[in-house]
Design a protein around this ligand. Structure first.
Ligand SMILES: C[S@@+](CC[C@H](N)C(=O)[O-])C[C@H]1O[C@@H](n2cnc3c(N)ncnc32)[C@H](O)[C@@H]1O
Length: 281
């Protein structure tokens, strides 16, 4: 197994304090485009982490299956759902899905794509992402829906207020995110019918803690986004110094407002919606 750039064995313990599921109404709307009624659908959460999105969809679809390869995350998710007969969490990799063909009515893959491209050599070709899409296509039933919840490059730079403090780290993480146009062409090459991009403009991944002007000074706040783990010590120190100074000299409120004006226009995440439709001959 390849090394992860974020240590999820550690951050899994704090993950639910730093992240909330967003765009779940978009996910449900996309899944509802499948002729099979939502209450009869079996949905895979590919890279489910601690199971936040599973919990948000619990009771709204028939059956939910989480797949996760990090044992810290997996343990948290299994503890949450141990008494729920409609939820199961499996150990395994998105690159080699441990399921037969035509198993699921829908698949969601929330904020995972950038964790697949760990090797430098993969970063231009995005071969793990291509492989994940081929696997998703294989395990979906005909007319099954795939929603990839990711971020566009402009969202990475301007959808997170503090991204401006660590631009080199954002640049590094952006190389792990396929641009949306490339993702769409990879989806089509895998056989999917691309249906559209939908942005939850009014939600942030960090929930109510997002606008904490001193948040970046605390490690548990920074643990909520893997971009921070790509900053060098020097870059981090420089960013924290700016945060301290702006809080002290009273310029932070204006700075946050300027950053928020950008975010409100582009959002933090994009749901890329595709379907396994019949091929037109
Ligand atoms: C940023 S977290 C997102 C977790 C969850 N989807 C959410 O949005 O709350 C990324 C997750 O993807 C998992 N992951 C990364 N690569 C994976 C792979 N190849 N197979 C299974 N899980 C993977 C990581 O362990 C981590 O839990």
């Amino acid at each position: 197994m390849k090394a992860e750039f974020e240590n999820y064995h550690e951050t899994s313990k704090n993950y639910d304090n730093t992240r909330v599921p967003i765009g779940t109404e978009i996910l449900l709307g996309c899944f509802a485009s499948n002729p099979c009624p939502l209450q009869e659908q079996t949905i895979l959460d590919a890279g489910c982490g601690t199971g936040n999105y599973i919990r948000a969809l619990d009771g709204k679809v028939g059956m939910l299956v989480g797949l996760e390869f990090n044992e810290g995350m997996l343990t948290q998710a299994r503890e949450k759902f141990q008494n729920n007969p409609n939820i199961r969490v499996d150990l395994g990799s998105l690159l080699d899905l441990p399921y037969e063909a035509d198993t699921f009515d829908g698949i969601m893959c929330n904020q995972v794509l950038h964790h697949l491209n760990t090797e430098k050599a993969d970063q231009e070709n995005f071969s793990p992402v291509r492989r994940m899409l081929a696997e998703a296509y294989r395990v979906l039933r005909p007319q099954g829906v795939l929603v990839v919840n990711t971020s566009s490059h402009p969202q990475l730079f301007d959808g997170f207020w503090w991204a401006d403090l660590i631009p080199a780290a954002v640049d590094r993480i952006a190389r792990r995110f396929p641009r949306l146009e490339l993702l769409v062409s990879m989806l089509e090459e895998s056989g999917f019918n691309f249906r559209g991009n939908i942005v939850p403009l009014n939600s942030v991944l960090q929930g109510g803690n997002y606008l904490d002007s001193k948040g970046p000074l605390r490690k548990n706040y920074r643990d909520g986004d893997s971009t921070w783990s790509l900053a060098t010590n020097e870059e981090l120190e420089h960013a924290l110094e700016r945060v301290r100074t702006m809080n002290e000299d009273g310029s932070m409120a204006r700075y946050l407002e300027a950053r928020e004006t950008l975010r409100r226009n582009i959002g933090q995440t994009t749901c890329v919606f595709a379907r396994k439709d019949e091929k037109l001959s």
